[in-house]
Each structure stands twice: as C-alpha cells, then as structure tokens.
Design a protein around this ligand. Structure first.
Ligand code: GUN
Length: 284
C-alpha cells in the first residue's frame, strides 16, 4: 500500500479564504477581528512563528498588534501589557509566544490572559471547558488536526487512536478531542514500555514527540492514518517530522507530510479562534 498524502497546505488555504470572507463581513459591521501578539526575547524560531502569525492576520483582513520585549524584561511589564489588552474591547485575541525567558512563570502569564481572549486555548479555564465538552477556545494544533481529519471524512467514532506525546499544547488536548468524537484513545510517551504494541493496533496515529523520524513504517498497522505534528531541523538544515515518511507511507493509508501537513493548519486555527472571539464580541 502507498498512502495518500494529506495536504495541509491546500486545506489551510481553503479554510483561510472562508475566514477572510467572514472577517470582511464582520468588519463591514464595524468589528474588525484583532489579534495582539507578545514576543519576549530573541529566540529565532519564535520570531519566525510570530512573523508568520502577524502576516497571516494581515492576509485575512485582521488587525494585528505586535509587542516586543527584550529577554531580560520584567514580568510585571508584560503582565501590565496583558491587563491593558484585556481591557481593550477592540482586541479579540491575545497570544504570548512560548517559550518565555526563565524569570517568567509561564502558567501565571497564560492565566493573566482573559479566557475570552485566549485564542491559543492554553488558559486552564479553557482546557477545563474542553475536558468537560463545553464550548471554549481549542488549542490550535490539535484543533487543526481535527479539521484535517474532518475534511478527509475520516471516521473517528470507534477508531483506535494512539497519540505519542503528552504535552499540554498537543498531546493532552488531542486526546480529549478524539475522545469526544468517539475514538478509543491511548496516550503514549517516553515512559511507555512497548510503543510498537500500541501502534500496531492504531487506526489513527498522532505523533508529537519532537524526535526526528521516530515512528517508522514497521511500527504501524497497515492502513493506519498517520498525522505528524513534529517539526525537527536536521543537521543539514532540512525539516523533518516525527515520522519516517518514506517507510511510513508504504504502510499507512493516509499520511501528512512535513512540511506542508499539520503546520499550515496551526496558524489557520489561530485565525479561526480570533474570528470566533470577534464574532462573540460582536454578538454581545
Ligand atoms: N510556541 C510554540 N507553539 C506555540 C503556540 O502554538 N502558541 C504559542 N503562544 N507559543 C508557542
């Protein structure tokens, strides 16, 4: 079997066009969606992510605000900016790019953001709402994965899903989202004793471990749907995922590439959350 490629770039473009249309309609009613992005320090990868987020906002017709702070910034200064943005009704989403320098308490910063403006879906209140199956902001990467599966009409109900990675940003919320759609979910991680035994039963695999080409074709169940959330830089500068694409595509039925798979969906869902927040504000 050779897997079909799940093209995240094309899906992301389609979803973004729809978002831009809705943003236009909302702006015509006097509410232009607005995302505020805070970047602390000079981590090059974070700077690229933030630049891409701001550019995506502009392309979708959103307003964006960007606040840069040096690596030695006082946490109180950043918290004061968050308070100011919380109080500004023209701002619908607030995002603090992670990681933060060591003088910051990351949880405290994320929880300073109003849950109604937490378009990353990282606030404990939003995560709790997700766990309870209530309306909230969903974390962008796992939500993007769900959207890709939906676009491909993947049957989640009754499927065996294995997630590799237990982070708050991807693994845990991914598990909750798949569970809520009726999958039987297993979360594997670095202490899992026999990963292959779990993977051999999995109809859907989501790899989010941060280890290049960690999941090989020999570990997969034939016909599995393989979603690769990893973005790893190899010594030669090239990007690769957590899945060994060449061997996995011989065994899987559907597989996401890296780059061009899950990546483009993450920013798309950030736009979707910001639009949703603006629509909720407009409806008030
Ligand atoms: N750092 C890495 N990924 C993310 C993300 O999705 N949101 C934020 N705020 N920081 C990140």
């Amino acid at each position: 079997m050779t897997a079909r490629i799940l093209d995240g770039k094309t899906i992301a473009e389609r979803v973004r066009e729809d978002i831009a249309q809705q943003a236009k309609t909302l702006s015509a009613q006097g509410v232009q969606p607005c995302l505020a992005v805070i970047l602390v320090g000079s981590d090059p990868a974070s700077a690229v992510y933030v630049r891409n987020k701001v550019a995506a906002c502009e392309k979708a017709g959103f307003r964006s605000l960007k606040f840069d702070y040096p690596a030695d910034a006082e946490p109180a200064v950043v918290l004061a900016k968050i308070a100011e943005l919380n109080a500004d009704s023209s701002v619908h989403g607030i995002l603090v790019q992670l990681p933060l320098p060591p003088q910051f308490d990351e949880d405290a910063v994320l929880e300073a953001i109003l849950p109604t403006k937490d378009v990353d879906g990282f606030h404990a209140e939003n995560f709790g709402m997700l766990l309870q199956g209530r309306e909230s902001f969903y974390p962008c990467t796992p939500w993007g994965v769900m959207r890709m599966l939906q676009e491909e009409n993947v049957k989640i109900e009754g499927a065996e899903a294995v997630i590799i990675g237990r982070s708050n940003i991807v693994g845990k919320p991914m598990a909750v989202m798949l569970l809520s759609k009726g999958a039987t979910v297993t979360i594997c991680h670095s202490k899992t004793k026999d990963l292959t035994a779990h993977l051999k039963r999995a109809d859907i695999v989501v790899a989010a471990v941060g280890r290049p080409r960690f999941v090989t074709g020999a570990m997969l169940k034939p016909g599995a749907i393989v979603i690769d959330v990893g973005i790893n830089r190899l010594p030669d500068g090239k990007l690769c995922g957590d899945v060994d694409f060449d061997s996995a595509k011989q065994v899987a039925s559907l597989i996401t590439p890296v780059p061009g798979g899950v990546g483009p969906m993450t920013i798309t869902m950030l736009l979707a959350n910001t639009l949703l927040s603006a629509q909720r504000a407009a409806a008030k």
